[in-house]
Design a protein around this ligand. Structure first.
Ligand SMILES: Nc1nc2c(c(=O)[nH]1)N[C@H]1C(S)=C(S)[C@@H](COP(=O)(O)O)O[C@H]1N2
Ligand SMILES: [Mo]
Length: 251
């Protein structure tokens, strides 16, 4: 195992406290990691993780930013509650953090903006065959998880989104290794502007070492779970359930 507890604790600004030590100690035992040796998707994940270790995704310079960053998948959200929040600039909106946590949270956008911020210029790669380089800003997911405090059994972080595709809710999930990676942020700002609706306002995930469909937009709720079984189709994400896309979509 390449990601050690020391690496995870070395991630800096988020003030990862003792509460998280339990979670980090148990990364080696995470079911996805162990099963990784026996199924082919897991083999890919394991191989990619061995190669990249805790490496950072490449970061670019301002001059590399794409003049046009297209939007894809849902570009708007129908729900009345969402439209009301959008109309108010998300002033009354809160991010729910719950499941296997010590302290369920309802975080206003202002609280997310008040956390230490990370800014990164990265390349987004969509499986449909396009890429774009953009600038993202927001708190590290690790900082939010540190506030909530993980319970012992927490293994996966699930992102519940406001939109539906073909009548089904969009959702995504990652494991704790990616959740505590320093470039995994909850972005509320893109290219120096608040996120537009098309790009996932008010908040989206950036998990930079994975493909576009993992970058959940319109994140309303973050749920800590022991397992992905029993959640929608059980494969950990909308496209994973619908089209059998890989759950670990390493680039
Ligand atoms: N909630 C939600 N998140 C989503 C999608 C979506 O349809 N709904 N599409 C995904 C896909 S396939 C891609 S490529 C990116 C597109 O992000 P963008 O619209 O900011 O370019 O968002 C991802 N996250
Ligand atoms: Mo995509």
């Amino acid at each position: 195992m390449i990601v050690t507890r020391r690496h995870l604790l070395g991630i800096g600004t988020a003030g990862v406290g003792g509460l998280l030590l339990g979670g980090c100690d148990r990364l080696n035992e995470a079911p996805g990691v162990r099963q990784g040796l026996i199924d082919s998707e897991g083999l890919t994940m394991r191989a990619q993780r061995l190669l990249i270790g805790d490496a950072l995704a490449r970061e670019y310079a301002e001059g590399d930013m794409s003049p046009n960053f297209r939007s894809n998948g849902s570009v708007s959200v129908e729900s009345g509650a969402y439209r009301a929040h959008l109309a108010q600039g998300f002033a009354q909106w809160t991010l729910r953090v719950d499941g296997l946590v010590q302290r369920p949270l309802d975080l206003p956008l202002a609280a997310l903006k008040a956390l230490p911020q990370r800014e990164q210029i990265t390349r987004h790669d969509c499986v449909e065959g396009w890429s774009a380089i953009g600038k993202w800003q927001g708190p590290q997911l690790s900082a939010v998880l540190a506030r909530a405090g993980l319970l012992r059994d927490a293994r996966y972080v699930v992102f519940h989104c406001a939109d539906r595709l073909g009548g089904k809710p969009y959702y995504e999930s990652i494991d704790l290794i990616d959740a505590f990676h320093p470039q995994t942020i909850l972005a509320w700002r893109m290219n120096d502007q608040p996120l537009s609706e098309a790009h996932g306002a008010p908040l989206r995930l950036r998990v930079e070492r994975q493909l576009g469909y993992k970058q959940a937009k319109f994140v309303m709720r973050i749920e800590l779970r022991r397992s992905l079984a029993g959640l929608y189709g059980g494969k950990g994400g909308f496209w994973e359930d619908d089209r059998d896309y890989a759950w670990y979509a390493g680039i």
